[in-house]
Write a protein of this length. Structure first.
Length: 520
């Protein structure tokens, strides 16, 4: 649109706008007047609503400002993970082209630098996925610097995420270098990235062009949301990549058009899905390279069998499978079989308690931990379902824990647990996700008010095609009918209904590919 609105001849302005609308509607059928009328104020209000619904960030301390689709976030939060989370939520709002995160971190915890350094080191060492990394930690004026060497971009990011979870840290400079196990040609890197984008259910790959030159990746084209752009960049950091330039990968709402996604959700064979899931598991640093994971696929249902060394790896495997194109359901039958260790139940309980005490979210709560034969029992009170989930997630990262029974009570139990597949924290599809949804009516809204709220949620979601989903509400129960094209869209529609105030959700959505099955 910039090409037309910057026309110097005012007399022809209306003509050029009409031409622009005609060309865009002819080229992209679903781009309509609703997109043209979308204002910065609309986007700003939508971002504000999404932030207010999240339990993990103090939305009343954050102010979003939108200019030409670019949202600036200003305010103060208590930890680095909350700052990241605010950015991630904003990126998922339709119409947001990019986000400038100006949020400041003012930690509640008043820890000295040597204590913060010890907490980060302990967190990295106690997490089985990062304990094998060669990382040095330095802290000055509550600013942490990470140095060392890892084998992949995802390992580098995981180390940073673990460090950000320590309460009291106000910023992190990640100077960790990546040392790849072997050199790879540009052609190998290109093929790897294209396959990753193709099988990532969170990215519409059709209009993304990838170029590789001496290990430097350039992404161009158009994508449907700022969150997808971030995900595409992450997918591009495969083995052998030295830099990723996505400055020419633009964001536009019309890129979510069904016709443009036709090649994304074509029927996939069980064999193709199996290979894609297995490849995804090998790239996740939370899953050990020697993990004994067997992947079976039958008509889109993925069954995971075998064993892993710790609970976090089990949950990560289910998450990776759920984010793969063509997967309709995940059955996680993986067993946790920790390596032989001499740690007894008392020591395991202490390790969990120390992890809780270090954490930026739950360190303020008195959470009691009991461990019997490797099964952790958590008791106490927290304010939100997010914090309850956070405590369970921390316990699951401790090597030697087979299972976590979470008995923690939630004081503010009227709000739903916010879910988004783009959020990297505390999400385990098929397990805790559904269990943590609030099941009692959260307000006294009428059925009509709930219906309007749900429609608004779906309208602003980058995951769901609003024209394909019909909603009815009766006595607080929302009934969803229509067709979606992936498990992620299916789950996101449920979440939209929950956030709209539905007491319960009767999801009758059908998952169907966009094209007829391929002929052999």
């Amino acid at each position: 649109m910039t090409l037309f609105t910057k026309k110097n001849h005012r007399d022809h302005k209306n003509t050029w706008v009409m031409v622009a609308v005609f060309l865009l509607t002819m080229t992209f059928p679903s781009f309509g007047l609703a997109d043209l009328k979308l204002t910065d104020a609309d986007i700003e209000n939508a971002v504000e609503r999404q932030l207010l619904k999240d339990q993990a960030i103090p939305a009343y301390r954050i102010t979003p400002e939108c200019a030409s689709g670019v949202v600036s976030l200003r305010g103060t939060v208590s930890n680095l993970l909350a700052k990241d989370r605010a950015l991630e939520i904003t990126e998922t709002v339709k119409g947001v082209r990019s986000v400038i995160n100006l949020i400041e971190v003012s930690a509640f915890q008043d820890k000295k630098d040597d204590r913060l350094q010890k907490d980060i080191i302990d967190s990295l060492q106690m997490n089985p996925a990062t304990s094998v990394f060669d990382i040095t930690v330095a802290v000055a004026d509550k600013q942490a610097t990470l140095t060392g060497t890892v084998g992949s971009y995802k390992e580098k990011q995981l180390a940073e995420t673990v460090a950000k979870g320590v309460g009291g840290i106000q910023s992190i400079e990640n100077n960790i270098t990546i040392s790849y196990p072997a050199q790879r040609s540009d052609r190998q890197i290109l093929a790897d990235i294209e396959q990753g984008l193709l099988w990532d259910a969170l990215v519409d790959h059709q209009m993304v062009k990838v170029m590789v030159n001496n290990g430097t990746v350039t992404l161009t084209g158009t994508i449907g949301s700022a969150a997808e752009k971030t995900r595409a960049i992450s997918d591009s950091w495969v083995s052998g990549v030295t830099a990723v330039d996505a400055s020419e990968l633009t964001v536009a709402r019309w890129a979510r058009d069904t016709d443009l996604r036709a090649n994304k959700y074509v029927p996939r064979s069980d064999g193709e899905i199996k290979n894609a899931v297995m490849l995804s598991l090998t790239k996740d640093p939370r899953i050990p390279a020697d993990a004994n994971v067997e992947v079976m696929v039958q008509t889109g249902t993925v069954t995971l069998k075998g064993s892993v060394d710790y609970l976090q790896a089990r949950r990560a495997a289910a998450q990776d499978a759920g984010n793969t194109v063509g997967v309709l359901r995940v059955r996680n039958h993986l067993k946790v079989a920790p390596l032989p260790v001499t740690i007894n139940d008392t020591e395991l309980a202490q390790n969990i308690e120390h992890a809780l005490d270090r954490d930026a979210y739950v360190d303020v709560y008195d959470i009691q931990v009991n461990v019997r034969s490797g099964v952790a029992e958590l008791y106490g009170k927290v304010n939100t379902y997010f914090e309850k989930m956070r405590a369970e997630n921390l316990a699951s990262t401790i090597a030697g824990i087979y299972f976590v029974n979470n008995h923690i009570a939630v004081v503010r139990n009227w709000a739903p647990y916010h879910y988004s597949p783009f959020m990297h924290q505390d999400r385990f599809p098929g397990e805790a996700y559904e269990w943590y949804h609030f099941t009692a009516r959260s307000s006294q809204n009428t059925d009509q008010e709930i219906l309007e709220n749900i429609k608004e949620e779906i309208q602003w979601s980058p995951f769901v095609d609003e024209e394909k989903v019909d909603v009815r509400v009766e006595d607080g129960q929302a009934t969803l009918t229509g067709t979606v094209h992936s498990k992620l869209e299916h789950d996101a529609a449920i979440e939209n209904a929950r956030e709209g105030g539905a007491e319960s959700v009767n999801n009758q959505l059908a998952i169907s590919p966009l094209l007829p099955p391929k002929k052999n």
